[in-house]
Design a protein around this ligand. Structure first.
Ligand SMILES: NC(=O)c1ccc[n+]([C@@H]2O[C@H](COP(=O)([O-])OP(=O)(O)OC[C@H]3O[C@@H](n4cnc5c(N)ncnc54)[C@H](O)[C@@H]3O)[C@@H](O)[C@H]2O)c1
Length: 271
């Protein structure tokens, strides 16, 4: 029914699957015939997400800070489903404590830098390393969730941006090292995505700043990012590896000052 986009018979691990982008990705993959592992530090939410999909989903507790927890998660998936076709490295340290303290380098608390690198980068590397033998066996695919902040500078989020830039490079390294063994590795770089958390916590004034730079009429939704992830994870993307696909409504493609030019030309046209 979905042609090369079909996920029939495929098992996908989605880290950070208990909410936001990860949850939307799990739903889409299951909708296309696949099975999803909702692997998250928040087991309660992971369990309630998985419960919606019956046998097609499995909730597993995962703390990316703990190597043993990552190994145990992979073992549980193999014990339950017996294969791993897709690893979606999507979880990140997105807690308010970390996000609010992640400013510019001059004021960077060392613990914030360490936490972000430990969860985002080290976690992604270890999860990939532990899943690789199974991915090679299945000729599978890895999709990393990165961010526009890993591609462009900002006056805040220096640590977060550096982790995402590192994962973009890791994506190329993994693609290069394991491509001949049948494993592809790509990344999706979302712009602002209105997850429940962002819709609740992100100040409206800041949200408008991003929306003014967007070439659509609104910021992204988790389902928009899930579409890009599911495409890259599927056989439809069989010739694509090592790439970072921006799903940001065009925010990253235009000249600096786009919003200001748009307002200035509108003013001019109005006379
Ligand atoms: N929402 C956005 O605007 C946006 C923009 C660009 C990139 N992203 C990226 O998208 C991904 C998903 O973010 P989201 O917006 O859906 O946020 P989210 O907070 O809903 O999802 C993050 C998930 O990761 C889990 N998590 C946190 N620490 C963990 C750990 N140590 N071990 C295992 N799981 C852990 C959380 O419990 C949560 O379910 C992240 O990589 C984020 O950096 C989001």
């Amino acid at each position: 029914m979905y042609g090369a986009l079909s996920m029939q018979g495929k098992v996908a691990i989605i880290t950070g699957g208990a909410g936001g982008i990860g949850q939307a990705t799990a739903e889409l993959i299951i909708g296309r015939g696949g099975k999803a592992v909702i692997a998250d530090i928040n087991l309660e939410s992971a369990t309630s997400v998985a419960a919606r999909f019956g046998d097609a989903a499995l909730a597993v507790e995962l703390d990316l800070l703990e190597e043993d927890s990552i190994r145990a998660m992979i073992a549980k998936v193999m014990g339950h489903f017996g294969r791993i076709d897709v690893l979606h490295n999507n979880a990140a340290a997105t807690g308010a404590d970390v996000v609010s303290a992640d400013g510019a380098v001059g004021d960077m608390p060392t613990w914030v830098w360490d936490r972000l690198f430990s969860v985002n980068c080290r976690g992604t590397m270890i999860a990939t390393r532990e899943a690789l033998p199974h991915l090679i066996e299945a000729k599978g695919s890895i999709v990393n969730t990165v961010s526009g902040l890993g591609l462009q500078g900002h006056i805040r989020s220096a640590a977060y941006g550096a982790t995402k830039a590192a994962i973009i490079q890791l994506t190329r390294s993994i693609a290069t090292a394991y491509g001949r063994q049948g494993v592809r590795c790509n990344a999706v770089a979302p712009g602002l995505v209105l997850t429940e958390t962002v819709a609740r916590d992100f100040p409206t004034k800041w949200r408008k700043l991003v929306e003014d730079e967007t070439l659509r009429d609104r910021a992204g939704a988790p389902e928009d990012i899930a579409e890009a992830v599911a495409f890259l994870a599927s056989d439809a993307a069989r010739n694509i590896t090592g790439q970072t696909l921006a799903s940001d409504g065009g925010v990253s493609v235009h000249i600096p000052g786009f919003a200001a030019y748009t307002a200035a030309f509108a003013e001019l046209a109005a006379g």
